[in-house]
Design a protein around this ligand. Structure first.
Ligand SMILES: O=C(O)CCC(=O)C(=O)O
Length: 301
């Protein structure tokens, strides 16, 4: 159980910092697995990456490019089962159930990626909400924010991480005219501290910030500050297809494969195996729910 004040902080402010979602025995295993996948991504041996120059999907598919993220950590071709194990493990799942207010049987498997420092030049993301366009009218914003209750997103830092900035409370209300001025173009901010109401989120190794992905947020990446931050989201299947575009835009065809199914079948612990298969099934149902329709991308690139 997480303390009640953390849950109300999450609901009111749109984010909450939670310690110790990684057990001591998993910490170095995750760090080592991250180092291997970062190397593959930087070398272009793993091409599913977030590329410098693109803030949002679709990312570039060119080999020689700096990268700020590694996509699809649970992909069987990456060969790192620790990521699936952690994503479906008790610590994270308990927090997800509590913050979403749902049963374990309602959890939906979604994205699991890694955010890293680019290593050639600095990069930044503009102020944004993950699934509301920068030019949305006040009315459109209000409508989008009203239906966004069926998922959580998190950053779990393996090294100190001061990249993320959020505007507490902004997950519930349209932008003020001043906040709009700082977030209506595709330009990253010159100085994130100029945004009214913002805070910088500083995580120590092992800490997690869970946030509503429609909170107004941005990020800056310093190529000299090592970053390996687990970045994922999990849904509540009662949301139906409300999260489909935000999730499926990242290209999840591989998650429908028998090969991915076999990775879950091979989880030794029966409780976790059953949970993983159930969460996977909810994702597949959401995907089937959109019925092959091209749902496009959440944000302009
Ligand atoms: O790098 C981060 O912490 C934030 C990433 C982000 O805002 C996003 O993926 O939309």
């Amino acid at each position: 159980m997480i303390p009640a004040n953390l849950k109300s902080h999450y609901e009111e402010q749109g984010y909450v910092i939670i310690p110790a979602l990684i057990s001591p025995s998993e910490f170095s295993l995750l760090q080592e697995a991250c180092a291997r996948v970062v190397e593959k991504a930087r070398q272009g041996e793993w091409m599913q990456r977030r590329t410098v120059g693109k803030q949002f999907p679709p990312f570039d598919n060119i080999k020689d490019v700096d990268v700020w993220g590694v996509q699809h950590l649970m992909h069987p071709d990456l060969g790192e089962p620790i990521f699936l194990k952690w994503y479906t493990g008790d610590r994270l799942v308990e927090v997800a159930k509590e913050l979403l207010g749902c049963q374990e049987t309602e959890l939906q498997m979604e994205l699991f990626n890694l955010l890293i420092n680019p290593n050639r030049s600095n990069f930044a993301l503009r102020w944004h909400r993950d699934d509301v366009r920068e030019n949305a009218s006040e009315e459109e914003e209000r409508k989008a924010l009203d239906i966004w209750h069926h998922g959580i997103q998190w950053n779990t830092a393996l090294y100190r991480d001061a990249c993320l900035y959020v505007v507490p409370g902004s997950h519930k209300v349209p932008r003020t005219p001043e906040q709009r001025k700082h977030s209506e173009t595709m330009e990253p901010p010159k100085n994130p501290f100029d945004m009214p109401g913002m805070i910088q989120v500083v995580l120590q190794p092992g800490e997690t910030v869970v946030y509503n992905s429609n909170i107004i947020h941005c990020a800056t990446y310093d190529c000299r500050a090592p970053r390996a931050t687990l970045h994922g989201c999990m849904g509540d299947m009662r949301g139906g297809s409300s999260r489909a575009r935000n999730i499926l835009q990242h290209g999840l065809e591989w998650m429908e494969s028998e090969k991915f199914g076999r990775t879950m079948e091979s989880i030794e612990d029966e409780k976790i195996r059953t949970r993983a298969l159930m969460m996977w099934d909810s994702l597949l149902k959401m995907k089937q729910g959109v019925n092959g329709v091209d749902i496009g991308f959440s944000l302009s690139n």
